[in-house]
Design a protein around this ligand. Structure first.
Ligand code: GAL
Length: 463
């Protein structure tokens, strides 16, 4: 079932009793609106570069069967084990930091004080203890909740308990909250998401705030108010849940490419578009496809949240996730999201402006992606200038997967890359800041690629 249909079904699932309860909740919330009005930007100082970490959902879903599947169920043990491995296997050393719980951690009911409580069998020591453990490893702890009556998997949501839950999370020393939007009305989100953000801020504990606000509004036909979303959230989902397949990754790539004019300007330090988790190392992606996901997520300035079993991941996938050069692109301090600058006959080129910057010339990360499936690698030949890189002093160009550098190339240099089917070649081109630029006319605008790339291998046409 397409995800959009699923979301609508979830929205319609609210029963009349729940609706009237919800209306009561809403009127209670309205009392707080005057408090919330005038609250300024979230600016909690967090995630100046996209968050990196591990998130349970895509790989471990809502497996609550600890009796039959004790090693894979959503439990205290799973998160402690992943925290251990993030450190011992070198992920923390390259920047992965958050250990994030997703849905299905709760008891089906709040406690007698109206407080959220974790499932007593699966989280026997409570969330504060788990959070302490994660912190003791030098990592940060994230949790999942939902703006509606229920989480997507049917556990209690925050509606009617916004302040209580914000305080509870602070008391558990949570560092990151993902707030989903099932079983709620998208039109209430423009008020509700900022309101919960307000209560998070009020606790005094800095917590990253991940919102599903725009995706639910888009699916219900609304136009999200991105200036408000940027102001109140550290990251947000725009599109479908990622699934364990190349088709799913491709659909996300297409969504972000096709809608880039609306999406790209919203990203920046402290506020990021979230194309969803990295599924590298699971069952659905080939080695080439995994490299493509990592490269494009870095171009998109995406949160890097791995959802994979770190106990069994194969070394070549681990190496992709730990590729420091690509992580450095993702984490570039300018925080400018990249764009698809070329798309024709199954070949795409994506580019992201990064540091160092010389005068008004950026450096760039460039991903050449082959979406074709006709067996043999495709050659793409293009001049540096055609990629929009116009600095006459040249760029130091290196391949980020192959550990090959091409030295300093001037804009008229033609480069040729060979890209495997469903694979990627990822380069970075650093502007040569030592160059004496003053001999040349003043720089023009720097981000103007031309649509004249040449694919040198003949394109196979379907009859
Ligand atoms: C979805 C969300 C997923 C996951 C799931 C849990 O709506 O997009 O990332 O959190 O709910 O039920």
């Amino acid at each position: 079932m397409p995800h959009s249909v699923k979301r609508h079904r979830r929205l319609r699932n609210i029963t009349p009793e729940e609706k009237s309860e919800e209306r009561m909740d809403i009127s209670v919330l309205c009392i707080f609106i005057s408090v919330v009005a005038g609250v300024s930007a979230l600016e909690n100082g967090l995630v100046r570069t996209p968050p990196m970490g591990w998130l349970a959902w895509e790989r471990f879903r809502c497996n609550t069967d600890c009796k039959n599947d004790p090693d894979n169920c959503i439990s205290d043990k799973l998160f402690r084990t992943m925290a251990d491995l993030v450190v011992s296997e070198g992920y923390a050393a390259v920047g992965y930091e958050y250990i994030n719980v997703d849905d299905c951690w709760l008891e089906k009911e709040r406690d007698f004080n109206g407080q959220l409580q974790p499932d007593a069998l699966r989280f026997p020591y409570g969330m504060r203890d788990l959070s302490n453990y994660v912190h003791s490893k030098g990592l940060k702890f994230g949790i999942y909740q939902d703006f509606g009556n229920y989480t997507c998997a049917g556990y209690p949501g925050i509606l009617g308990y916004l302040q209580t839950d914000a305080l509870t999370f602070a008391s558990w020393e949570v560092d990151y909250v993902k707030l989903d939007g099932c079983y709620s009305h998208p039109r209430d989100m423009d008020r509700g998401y900022p309101e919960f953000g307000y209560y998070l801020n009020q606790t005094g504990r800095p917590m990253v705030y991940s919102c599903s606000w725009p995706v639910y509004q888009i699916y219900s036909g609304m136009q999200p108010n991105f200036s408000s979303i940027i102001e109140h959230c550290n990251l947000w989902r725009n599109f479908d849940d990622i699934q364990d397949s190349w088709a799913s990754v491709e659909s996300i790539i297409d969504y972000y490419g096709n809608n880039q004019d609306v999406i790209v300007p919203n990203a920046g330090p402290g506020h990021w578009n979230d194309p969803d988790m990295l599924i590298i190392g699971n069952f659905g992606l080939s080695y080439e496809q995994s490299k493509t996901q990592m490269a494009l997520w870095a171009i998109l300035a995406a949160p890097l949240l791995m959802s994979v079993d770190l106990r069994t991941i194969r070394p070549e996938y681990k190496a992709i996730l730990q590729n420091r050069k690509i992580i450095a692109v993702d984490q570039d301090p300018l925080g400018i999201q990249g764009r698809r600058i070329y798309k024709k006959n199954g070949i795409e080129i994506w580019a992201r402006p990064i540091t160092p910057v010389y005068q008004s010339y950026f450096s760039y990360a460039i991903a050449f992606v082959n979406r074709r499936t006709d067996g043999t690698p495709s050659d793409i030949a293009v001049t540096i200038l055609e990629l929009g890189l116009a600095f006459r002093g040249g760029y130091f160009v290196e391949d980020l997967y192959e550990d090959v550098s091409y030295g300093v190339l001037t804009p008229d240099t033609k480069i040729k890359v060979k890209v495997n089917p469903s694979g990627v070649v990822m380069l970075r081109a650093d502007v040569q800041i030592s160059y004496k630029e003053r001999q040349f006319p003043p720089p023009q605008s720097v981000y103007r690629p031309y649509d004249i790339f040449q694919v040198t291998r003949p394109i196979f046409k379907k009859k």
